[in-house]
Write a protein that binds this ligand. Sequence first.
Ligand code: M6R
Length: 365
Amino acid sequence: EKQGYEHFMLKEIHEQPTVARRFLSDRLKQEEVKMPELEEIWQEDFEKVMITACGTAYYSGQVGRHIIEELARLPVDVEIASELRYKQNFIDEDTLVIVVSQSGETADTLAALEVAQKKGAKILALTNTASSSIARQSDAVVDIMAGPEIAVASTKAYLAMLLGFYLLGLKLAELRGTLSQSELSDYRREILKLPDRIESTLHRTEPQCQKLAETIVDYDSIFFIGRNLDYSLALEGALKLKEISYIHAESYPAGELKHGTLALVEEGVPVFALMTRGKLARKTLSNVEEVKARGGRVIAVASSQLMEERAEDEFYELIKLPVSNELWAGVIAVIPLQLTAYYAAKELDCSIDKPRNLAKSVTVE
Ligand code: M6R
């Protein structure tokens, strides 16, 4: 079953190029994004989008927010399902609600869906389980087709969720006319390069992440910083690490560091700095300097173009990513984060596929 891999998690990490190829070949045909499920429920008067989910699915929604806002110019809110269900919300008939769930059975996500449905919103489910309760109750279902995910820590489903958001973002842009035909086709062309880039990143960064993992496991706390989309990725990086290695990990928007967290950075503390977005990377680099000045060990996870003028020894470790379109960088950047979490947990001899206290599907509140 594990096909020679020591753990399901590692197998699922390695399945990601295949997952991406399968999903994209199903959805990107003849230079066209196929998203009939969205077209069927599409309303000209959609005024806003609400994304709701839990855990990793919620973090995929954080990426989705940036994608949809930038491409389709629609305001997007992202709410944790267990919060949304009990708070004042402004969902109405003009809201497109996107519910994200690998299992399709998460109790809080299902309850949030029902809250939104009562307000008359249209619900689109992004799920890995097309026969699930969440899929059944939604108006439209986009199957992310990642295949069964056994490890409690989600990897390939997260990647497929991001791809789902990329294509939803492009389709929404097409429906709203916010991008020109040539912009749309440039974006599509770049998306099609992703499976090969995912594959090469996996192979190139795996030994580097394995070595890195051995050096970070001695620390009690590890931080992840980034801005904008990179912050969304930082959230997932921290969750993956804490979930399976039990090392305390936290993510922060890089600009927030000096509003509190910097107090925790001292000699040797590892700080992952995510930098895939041009203009913002420069800003994050100034936060990197603040970390270095306090003796923190900076692990830069950055697109290679942005690091051309940087010396490797400026960082404790530099993980270079083959990224050309920065909007699509998420699926590339997450790979070294998953691998580092995996090898850190392995180094600490943790129960990787079934971490303590956690279940694959959370069907109770
Ligand atoms: O099945 P779902 O996508 O609804 O699950 C949501 C979370 O429980 C899940 O993503 C959890 O955070 C994972 N263990 C993270 O790796």
